[in-house]
Unconditional design. Sequence first.
Length: 99
Amino acid sequence: MHRSGMDESQILETLFELANEAGMKVRAGGGARLGEDLPPLASGVCKVRGELWVVLAASDSVPIQIETLAMALRSHAADLIEERHLPPAVRAFLDPQGD
C-alpha cells in the first residue's frame, strides 16, 4: 500500500477514470495470443480511426497497466492532469520526476 493509503487497484481505477474523462477509449482484458506465430498481447496506446485507445492486457501486472495509463495521460492529456487535484499516490505516477 502506498503512503497515501491507496493501493494499486485504487490508483489504476483513478487513472482509468481520468483517461475516460480525457476521451480515451480504455479497454481491459485480452491476454490471449493473436495467432500461433505472434506474441501475447501487451498493454499499450494506439490511435484507431483518430481515437486514442489504451489497451490493458490481462496478462500484464497491475504496475504495468498503471504505467501504461499514466504514460497515455502524460502524453495526451497533460492539460487535464495538470489542472486536477489528485491524490499524491496518483500524482507520483503522472509526475514521476516531481515536475
